[in-house]
Every structure is written in C-alpha cells, then in structure tokens.
Design a protein around this ligand. Sequence first.
Ligand code: ADP
Ligand code: MG
Length: 255
Amino acid sequence: MAPIAQLRGVALAYGEGAGRTRILENCDLSIERGEFVALLGPSGVGKSTLLRVLMGLAPPSAGEALVDIPDRPGRRRMALVFQDAKLLPWRRVAGNVAFGLEGLGLARREIEARVAAALDLVGLSPQARRYPHQLSGGQRQRVGLARALAVEPDLLLMDEPFGALDAITRADLQDELLRLREATHKSILFVTHDIDEAIYLADRVIVLAGAPARVQGTFETPTAPRKRADPRSWGLAEEIRAALECVSEIVDFEI
Ligand code: ADP
Ligand code: MG
C-alpha cells in the first residue's frame, strides 16, 4: 500500500531577492500507514515549515507533497496539535474540542457525541465545563489533542506538543500518547527537538539538519515496548547525535 504521506524533493525559501533565505532543500520522507514517525531537528531548522508543506499550507518551490487519504464526510484528513494548545479562552473545554468539528456539517448531537468521546480518550471528561484558564499546562495540551482527535484524522501531526511542559507532565503525556496510539492505530508525525523523546515514542526517527535543511538520516528504533533510557537505544542516540551534527555545509565542503 502507498505511504499515507510523502515529500519528494521538497525545497522552500522565504523572502525574495537579496532577502531570500533557503529553508528546506531536497527533502524526501515518507510515512507509512499506522506508523509513528518522529521528525527531529534543532530549533529554527524548518520542522514547522515542513509540516506546513505537508498540510498544503506552504507551496514548495520545488518538489511535491503527496498525501494519500480519501476525503470522508464529517472528518478531516489531517489534524495538527500545536506546542501551545491555542485554545479559545472564552470557550469551555467542550466548546474548544467542538471548534474543530464546526464546519464539517455534523448534526449537533453528533458533535456532542464526538466531543465526549475525544475528551474521554484523553481523560478529560470531568473538566469538560471548565475554561482554559482553569486548567494546568498538561490539561490544556490534552484539550488540544482531543480537538485534533475529534475530527477523526487519518494522519495526526504534532508540532512539539509537549515542549513547554515540565518533565513529569511531559512523561505522563508521552505515555498517554503511546496508549492512544495503541488504541487508535493512527499514523502520527511527531515533531520534536528532543532525541530521547523521539526514540521513546517513535518507530522511526527522521533527522532534519543543516541550512538549508535536509534529511540527514532515518533511524529505526528498537521494537516497542521501549523503556525510557532503554539500553537498546544508547548506540542509536549516538548515531542520531552524529547525524544532527553532520550538517550539509560540512558534507558539501568535504565533497
Ligand atoms: P522549526 O519549526 O524547526 O523551529 P521553522 O520551520 O518554524 O523552524 O522556521 C525555519 C526558519 O524559517 C526559521 O529561521 C524561521 O525564522 C524562518 N521562518 C519561518 N516562517 C517564516 C516566514 N513566514 N517568513 C520568513 N521566515 C520564516
Ligand atoms: Mg517549529
């Protein structure tokens, strides 16, 4: 079966003329159905830009994004979870989750049922009537996740979703995400700048580095279930660190 999403030879630059900056160059990657892929790279390298290309929000200057997901009524093909949940402060938790469903032509009862199911999935049913300011940071991220899940996407995109959380909450949410993944078998592209997080969560880690950024390597992680600081991953973390440091200018220079 074809990959659920692919980038082929994608290049992208921001700005014009002398102000033109090349961000992505010759980026290839693919995500198989049901796969959990981490996209790993330093801050500012172009990870969010790459997600925007995949979502069709940023047209590449070369190459193409191919997404093989049928359009189905009442659903979205992809959904994005942001680093800061981007909740509407004047809406309750349930209203924020419903937000993603509005515009899908669903009956009110269907919206209510989908909101309840999504809140249940992320363990937030008791907080359904709270406002965002009455939640902890971790709970707000769970709302963001519920809002994304409620539209029943085939591909879930997560842009450093746990980056702003304290270490304990972050570990909780990582485990929650792994449980959700087991329960739903969704295809997931998870963006992070944290090597340990990438290895713990993903089946495969794609390393983006350089200026302009390229895919510097793709690494299979040990078979799940993995432990945090799994001895099986020690060598892998070193290999990934090396790929992050092997930026394209150095490669070009040596050639
Ligand atoms: P990451 O998500 O890996 O931190 P981004 O994709 O957000 O990186 O940004 C990559 C680079 O592109 C950064 O240097 C950023 O400043 C620049 N950039 C992002 N968006 C724009 C834009 N709309 N116009 C100009 N430059 C941008
Ligand atoms: Mg980003």
